[in-house]
Design a protein around this ligand. Structure first.
Ligand SMILES: [Mn+2]
Length: 266
């Protein structure tokens, strides 16, 4: 049995199935975990979700910002711009079933010694705290307040975590850290303007650079295509290698940290 974690698929089902063939993935014994952003941008969002959903218990997912955007659209929240690749999904006869399946998913999960999250973990949060905060959002998503959550999910402010935050604002900030963060300051102020991992800013740096004191933790994340899987520390693994932008789809076998990548010839 092997456990594989795959980077941002973004509706690129052909690349996913080619990669799974290459590693001889067997859904009866192996497990596949996605770092999120299954949908949007690529050509086959609906088919990608159906494929992953059909893997049953051998598949798991942490929700990414694009997955949350899809759920928001279903709840009539969020802007309907640049969603061409989601139109087929939104009209699918099995949409309710898909939404039910997706709503059951987490924003953070553990697989063996690894913590898996879409974007990252705030510098001031331990793994345990991040996990506990992720459950606050998850339980809201699964409650009758989900519509209210999605209507208030969008926005870049406040840009800094504070334990005193409450209600929809608290949930927005947690969601921003776990599913949208790239650069932040040492104390966790989020910078949504820059996505350059080699930024010359004296204030902001990639979030994982601020976690050097957490020596024993192992984190796997996606979301940041311009990182291209580089610049991380030995215990922190970036899996988004830009499949959505015509580059590669990356999978990591977490038993031995071997990386396997697939690039379509298209
Ligand atoms: Mn993302």
């Amino acid at each position: 049995m092997s456990v594989y974690v795959v980077g941002d698929i973004h509706g690129h089902l052909e690349e996913l199935t080619a990669l799974l063939n290459e590693i001889n993935f067997d859904h009866r014994i192996d497990k596949l975990v996605s770092v999120g952003d299954l949908v949007n941008r690529g050509p086959m969002s609906l088919e990608t979700i159906r494929f992953c959903k059909n893997l049953g218990k051998s598949f798991d997912l942490v929700l990414g910002n694009h997955d949350l955007h899809l759920l928001a659209l279903v709840h009539s929240a969020g802007k309907r711009t640049n969603i061409n690749s989601l139109e087929t999904l939104l009209c699918a006869p099995d949409l309710d079933e898909i939404v039910g399946w997706m709503t059951e998913k987490s924003l953070m999960l553990n697989a063996e010694a690894y913590s898996i999250v879409h974007a990252g973990i705030a510098p001031t949060w331990s793994i345990e705290k991040a996990f506990s905060l992720s459950l606050e959002v998850q339980s809201e998503l699964q409650s009758e307040n989900a519509g209210k959550f999605f209507k208030n999910m969008y926005g870049n402010t406040p840009d800094l975590w504070n334990d005193e935050l409450e209600g929809v604002i608290r949930l927005r900030v947690i969601t921003n850290y776990l599913t949208r963060m790239r650069l932040c300051s040492e104390i966790g102020e989020l910078d949504f303007k820059d996505n350059n991992p080699k930024s010359s800013s004296t204030k902001y740096a990639p979030w994982f650079k601020h976690r050097k004191s957490y020596k024993k933790e192992k984190i796997i994340f996606g979301h940041w295509a311009t990182l291209d899987g580089k610049f991380c520390t030995p215990n922190i693994h970036a899996l988004d290698t830009g499949c959505a932008w015509g580059r590669k789809l990356r999978i990591m076998d977490i038993d031995n940290e071997i990386l396997i990548e697939y690039k379509s010839n298209n």
